[in-house]
Design a protein around this ligand. Structure first.
Ligand code: ZN
Length: 137
């Protein structure tokens, strides 16, 4: 078991795994207050986009785009938000979040205000994961 919280997230949260891509891992966020909220994080320990070789960066951005496109097709949001902060863990990771103009938080960032966590039942969670995985494969 690795000490890195992001590596161990993939290894230990089997129930949230969506798909492994060439440069990244894609998982469902456990809190589904925003339906379809997905995380994509690099396999490598890298903290800045400019640390990557151009070709690797392009491939990674392509992976972000295909995940966002899949989420857009499934959830039909008003907008996809991409949040890349990386202050807590040494992996570039995106919060890829379908956003709806009907939300109480719209149009502010997802972290603008605290909200109740929405944890899905295991079979609901599995349904979201399988739908997203199918759209990606
Ligand atoms: Zn790691």
């Amino acid at each position: 078991m690795t000490a890195c919280p992001m590596c161990s997230r993939w290894e230990t949260n089997f129930d949230l795994q969506i798909i492994e891509l060439q440069h990244s891992y894609v998982t469902l966020n456990r809190d589904q207050y925003f339906p379809g909220y997905t995380l994509l994080f690099t396999k490598d320990h890298v903290t800045e986009l400019f640390h990557l070789e151009r070709s690797e960066r392009s491939s990674l951005m392509e992976e972000v785009s295909i995940v966002a496109k899949a989420l857009h097709g499934i959830y039909k949001p008003s907008k996809i938000n991409y949040e890349l902060l990386g202050n807590m863990v040494p992996h570039i990771h995106w919060h890829i979040v379908p956003r709806f103009s009907s939300e109480p938080l719209w149009p502010r960032p997802i972290w603008a205000e605290q909200h109740e966590e929405r944890l899905l039942l295991p079979h609901e969670q599995q349904q979201h994961i399988e739908t997203i995985r199918r759209a990606l494969s």
